[in-house]
Design a protein around this ligand. Structure first.
Ligand code: MTE
Ligand code: MO
Length: 263
């Protein structure tokens, strides 16, 4: 069982470290778009979290950067597509077993009771009624085999099934001109996404994993799956969805992860 310990920032001159990191990016990365992307999205917390390195002085910045730029190249190649569609894969490429990740260990996975579960839908929506799981299962479902990329440095291919989120938003009469869709989870996790990603053709409100009801560790009863976004943007155990124009932030985003977190 893995207990996640996020790297700490100790005694580092943040501005100097970031300036150093940006210089190194400039020197090491050939493609101008990629260089610009990395330089723009770089924060000290992000650098430390993305690399898994504890940045304790300015000389470790280089080591951290080498690790993320290597990983980031692969991650960006996987998530970037000019048509804005993430790659889909054959079933034969599914990673078995699919990894578990959360801000706690697998022995602390939240058990959500199916019978009493109701999804809350609030904010800028016409229909604020709660949803039982059966109501969600009654909507048209889709399966999708895509790659999940976690900034801790792993990626894996999985098969999720569920309701296209754009359909769900339409059904509840969401104001799709609003800026954000926010999610509250049965653990203390929360996150939020931009409306264009919420309406993206591959964004699914998933109820199943590999043809079975979503197991607790993968987010029972429901995980929002977006192959165009990094792992931490994909909330598990969703208990409330809200549409808003007020920036809702997120569990990791509030600690320095990039909010957009995707392509
Ligand atoms: N509710 C909740 N959702 C979450 C997390 C979490 O800790 N709690 N972790 C995120 C991160 S960082 C990752 S990589 C994925 C992991 O999903 P998996 O366990 O299905 O691999 O869930 C994301 N969604
Ligand atoms: Mo992650």
């Amino acid at each position: 069982m893995k207990v996640f310990k996020r790297p700490a920032l100790v005694g580092v001159d943040g501005e100097a470290a970031l300036a150093e990191a940006r210089k190194l990016i400039g020197r090491r990365i050939e493609a101008p778009e990629r260089r610009a992307f990395l330089q723009r999205s770089l924060t000290l917390g992000g650098l430390s979290l993305l690399s898994g390195c504890s940045i304790s002085d300015n000389s470790t910045v280089e080591a951290a950067l080498m690790r993320i730029s290597r990983f980031n190249d692969a991650a960006q190649a996987w998530i970037f597509d000019p048509n804005q569609l993430a790659p889909i894969y054959p079933d034969s490429m599914i990673t078995r077993p699919f990894p578990f990740n959360a801000y706690y260990g697998e022995d602390e996975v939240r058990e959500v009771d199916e019978a009493s579960y109701r999804l809350e839908v609030t904010g800028l929506v016409a229909d604020k009624r709660n949803w039982a799981l059966a109501d969600l299962r009654a909507m048209p479902q889709q399966d999708q085999v895509t790659r999940h990329i976690c900034v801790e440095g792993w990626s894996a291919i999985g098969k999720w099934g569920g309701v296209p989120f754009a359909e769900f938003l339409r059904r509840v009469g969401a104001d799709t001109s609003a800026k954000y869709v926010g999610f509250k989870c049965a653990d203390d996790y929360f996150t939020s996404i931009d409306m264009p990603t919420a309406l993206h053709a591959q964004t699914l409100l998933t109820l199943s994993y590999d043809g079975q009801p979503l197991p607790p560790k993968y987010g029972f009863p429901m995980k929002l799956r977006m192959p165009t976004k990094l792992g931490y943007k994909n909330p598990k155990h969703i208990k409330a969805i809200f549409v808003t124009n007020t920036y809702p932030g997120g569990y990791w985003e509030d600690q320095g992860y990039n909010w957009f977190g995707g392509s």
